[in-house]
Design a binder for this molecule. Structure first.
Ligand SMILES: NC(=O)c1ccc[n+]([C@@H]2O[C@H](COP(=O)([O-])OP(=O)(O)OC[C@H]3O[C@@H](n4cnc5c(N)ncnc54)[C@H](OP(=O)(O)O)[C@@H]3O)[C@@H](O)[C@H]2O)c1
Length: 273
C-alpha cells in the first residue's frame, strides 16, 4: 500500500466509512489523519480504527499529502478560506472533494489557487462498503490517480469520468438511484400489504427479493440485465403479464426522464453554491 499520508477534513459519516474501508483493506492507520471539531467523533474513529486524530485542520493540512474535503457543501467556503490563510504551501497537495455541487473551478477559487483536484461523488451504500464512487481528476499525477482509485475501491467500486460534467450523470446513475430502487421496493411492499401480508412479511419479502435479484446480476456478469429479465419472463406467463403492463405504462421512458430531471437539478445546484 502507498505511503502517502491522507487527511480527512470533517470526519462525519462519509469519512468514517472511507477510513474504515481503508483500514480493513490494509492501509496503514498511521498514514491516516481524521479531523473534526467534535471530540466525541474523533474519539470514536481513533478507537475503531487506530488512526491519528486532531481538531486542528491546519496541522492535518500541513502533515498530509492528500486532503479529503468532507464537510457539507455550505461549509466548504469557510474551510477553504482557512486553508488559504494557513500559510501552508498548497501547491503540491492533492485535494479530493466529496461535496455535491461544487465544481473544480469553484473549489479552486475557494482555495485561492489552481491546486491538483479530484471530485468524487460517492453514494450512500458506500457507508456499507457496497458503494459506487464517480471520480473526476484535474492535475493529479499517475501515482496519485492510482492512489485515489485504491482509496475509493475501499468502499465499493470506483469509476473515472473524463469530463467534469459527467459527475452530474454519475449523480443520476448511482448517487440518487438508491432512492429509485427504494421507491420500487416501496411500491411492491405497499401492494403486498394490500394483498394481506403483514407489515413484517411484506418488508422481508421485498428486501430478500431485491437482494436476490441484485445477487443474480452480480454473480452472472456475462448475462445482460435484459437477458436476466427475459430468463425469468416466460411468454404468456405471470411475470410476462406484469412486465408488459409496466412497459405499456412507459416505465423505461419515465426512468430516463427522471434521470434527466436529476441531472438538471445537479446543474442548477452548481450555480447556487
Ligand atoms: N453521506 C453520504 O452518503 C454522502 C454521499 C455523497 C456525498 N456526500 C458528501 O460528503 C460530505 C460529508 O458528508 P457526511 O454525510 O459525512 O456529513 P457529516 O456527517 O455532517 O460530516 C461532516 C463532519 O464535518 C464536521 N465539520 C464541519 N465543518 C468542519 C470544520 N471546519 N472542521 C472540522 N470538521 C468540520 C461536521 O461537524 P458538525 O457535525 O459539528 O457540523 C461533521 O461532523 C458532504 O459534502 C456530502 O455532500 C455524502
Amino acid at each position: 500500500m502507498s505511503d502517502k499520508t491522507i487527511a480527512f477534513i470533517g470526519t462525519g459519516n462519509m469519512s468514517y466509512a472511507i477510513i474504515g474501508g481503508m483500514v480493513k483493506k490494509g492501509f496503514a492507520a498511521s498514514n491516516i489523519i481524521a479531523t473534526n471539531r467534535n471530540q466525541e467523533k474523533l474519539a470514536k474513529v481513533a478507537a475503531d480504527f487506530g488512526v491519528n486524530t486532531t481538531s486542528d485542520n491546519n496541522a492535518a493540512l500541513r502533515d498530509a499529502d492528500v486532503i479529503v474535503l468532507s464537510v457539507k457543501p455550505q461549509m466548504m467556503g469557510d474551510l477553504c478560506k482557512s486553508f488559504q490563510d494557513s500559510g501552508v504551501d498548497l501547491s503540491d497537495k492533492l485535494f479530493i472533494s466529496v461535496a455535491a455541487g461544487l465544481t473544480v473551478k469553484r473549489l479552486r477559487e475557494m482555495l485561492g489557487q489552481d491546486v491538483k483536484m479530484i471530485r468524487c461523488m460517492p453514494n450512500t451504500p458506500s457507508l456499507l462498503g457496497r458503494g459506487v464512487s464517480g471520480l473526476f481528476g484535474d492535475g493529479e499525477t499517475a501515482d496519485e490517480h492510482a492512489f485515489v482509485q485504491q482509496v475509493f475501491e475501499c468502499t465499493g467500486i470506483a469509476v473515472w469520468v473524463e469530463k467534469e460534467s459527467q459527475i452530474n450523470d454519475i449523480i443520476a446513475v448511482t448517487g440518487s438511484s438508491p432512492a429509485y430502487f427504494f421507491l420500487f421496493m416501496e411500491a411492491i411492499e405497499e401492494k403486498a400489504k394490500a394483498l394481506g401480508f403483514s407489515d413484517e412479511d411484506a418488508r422481508r419479502l421485498v428486501q430478500q427479493t431485491a437482494l436476490g435479484a441484485a445477487e443474480m446480476a452480480v454473480s452472472q456478469p456475462d448475462i445482460s440485465i435484459s437477458q436476466l429479465r427475459a430468463n425469468v419472463t416466460s411468454k404468456g406467463g405471470t411475470t410476462h403479464a406484469a412486465v408488459e403492463h409496466l412497459k405499456a405504462q412507459g416505465l423505461t421512458g419515465t426512468v430516463a426522464d427522471a434521470m434527466d430531471a436529476c441531472i438538471a437539478r445537479a446543474e442548477q445546484m452548481e450555480q447556487e453554491l
